[in-house]
Design a protein around this ligand. Sequence first.
Ligand SMILES: O=C(O)C(=O)C[C@H](O)[C@@H](O)CO
Length: 266
Amino acid sequence: MNMPHNAFKAALTAKHTQYGIWAGFTSGYAAEIVAGTGYDWMLIDGEHAPNSVPSVLNQLQAVAPYATAPVVRAVTGDANLIKQLLDVGAQTLMIPMVETAEQAQALVRAMRYPPHGIRGVGGGLTRATRWDGVANYLTTAHQELCLIVQVESRTGVENVEAIAAVEGVDAVFIGPADLSIGLGHAGNPGHPEVQARIQYAVNATLAAGKACGILAPNEEDARRYQGWGCQFIAVAIDISLLRQSAIATLARYREPAAVQAPSRTY
Ligand SMILES: O=C(O)C(=O)C[C@H](O)[C@@H](O)CO
């Protein structure tokens, strides 16, 4: 059996933007609905959605038949958690709040087998190897694995050149919500200081020859970041889409005062 192809990693060098959607429902059923809608990639969020390794596995299995590539965000860069997520078959990992090149190097090592890293061998127990069905998994796995580090703090942006330059880091993903609150502009990623740092981080990442991504559910933001050179942009969050649509539908029938105004992080 051949190694499953990582369509997300392959597309990072494509000329056209990869549009993604945040998947926060933690269920295979909901993830499959999202995967059937045609986005290039979807983010299974293990940081802020209440996911576990088994629930991530369930979603990876549910979306496997679809063209939408799953990206899994871990809650931390812990090497043991990374090992488990890779073993259940995640091929692209996003790790939040990376602030130094040393942290990025440790993440690369967590994703690679010795002598290049510290990943333990799960072998025939793991979905990643298709229970030992994939030939030469131990020596070729790294070719289809993809590491995205999140830069989303003042310190992270200060160190972004060094972070992006780390061999084995495939992409940098900017977190506008955390960056804005960290800079003292809670809920205001559009603040000029935040925007200046985002643009700086995008430029530095591209200059290092790495791909840059960002979350931008607001269309104007998404198009601006696209213009700055971001190659993969999450333009929607499934939970927000449901809530906004539910509110808008009810608003067509109820008095405006009786309908909740949606509040936004972005
Ligand atoms: O800082 C950000 O922006 C992110 O990292 C994304 C948020 O965590 C996202 O979950 C908000 O919905």
